[in-house]
Ligand binder design. Structure first.
Ligand code: KIV
Ligand code: NA
Length: 263
């Protein structure tokens, strides 16, 4: 990733939560996959990211790793699993054991970045909109003072050794200034075009999520395609048009005769 930043090549990141999606994303040529705690709302039917557990994350990281054995895999540390450096280390080991190459967590905690980096983890920061801490909107950097604070947080985490930094829903100018100031590669979502890379939630870009977001672009209509496919299947079952002759098989004549004698 840092090599791409140096060369000025954009870094393409997308979320995945399961093996087949991860495999398809690798076929499509992504640079990295994020198993985000967005798994909670997008896949598990939770109301909020805060409900996601370390066990949920390990389960889905394992699935993505099996579907994409060679991909650079970033895993989210879920809510309240990195409150201290010791807790963050224990939690990160679980995600690494499940298959993560890099662990991401929200907020400004340079001591946690330093401890994880010293223990050999690749660390990805996450500043701006923090879904786990949605009550803390002031972190998005929408005023001069808030922007300067977020900039200082980014530099402190950078000095502590983080490799990547997600910037979510922060003003373009702030994302640009941070991108130029830090060693880490910045990965934006709703943060303008000047970050080193971009990340989107696969359900959003593929058109699975019912509502759309300003920061997103829909590159597919997978939700509608799936509804059409299941609807067509249901109609054919009800009409007796599925299954057809090619979808099953028959007993050989001799076996059928024997079977009829036996029942
Ligand atoms: O969980 C997630 O998908 C994320 C992205 C929005 C960056 O953290
Ligand atoms: Na997340």
């Amino acid at each position: 990733m840092l090599e791409k930043k140096r060369r000025g090549e954009k870094i393409v990141v997308v979320t995945a939560y399961d093996a087949p999606t991860a495999r398809i994303e690798v076929e499509a040529g992504v640079d990295a996959i994020l198993v985000g705690d967005s798994v909670g709302v997008n896949i598990l039917g939770y109301a909020h990211e805060r409900e996601v557990t370390l066990a949920d994350m390990a389960h889905h990281i394992g699935a993505v790793r099996r579907g994409a054995p060679g991909v650079y895999l970033i895993g989210d540390l879920p809510y309240a699993t990195y409150d201290t450096p010791a807790q963050a280390l224990a939690s990160s080991r679980r995600l690494r054991d499940a298959g993560a190459d890099c662990v991401k967590f929200e907020g400004a905690q340079p001591d946690v970045v330093a401890a994880l980096t010293a223990a050999g983890f690749d660390v990805c920061g996450h500043l701006g909109l923090e879904s786990q801490h949605q009550d803390v909107k002031r972190r998005q950097g929408k005023t001069a003072e808030a922007a300067a604070r977020l900039y200082a947080d980014a530099l402190a985490a950078d000095a502590a050794g983080q490799k990547l930094l997600v910037l979510e829903l922060v003003p373009d100018e702030l994302a640009d200034a941070i991108t130029r100031a830090v060693t880490a590669a910045t990965i934006g979502i709703g943060a303008g075009p000047r970050t080193d890379g971009q990340v989107l939630v696969v359900n959003d870009l593929a058109g699975v999520t019912p509502r759309d977001f300003r920061h997103n672009r829909r590159y597919g209509q997978i939700g509608a395609a799936l509804r059409d496919a299941v609807g067509a299947y249901a109609a054919e079952v009800r009409a007796g048009a599925f299954p057809g002759p090619a979808h099953g098989f028959h007993l050989a004549d001799e076996e059928r005769a024997g079977f009829e004698r036996l029942i």
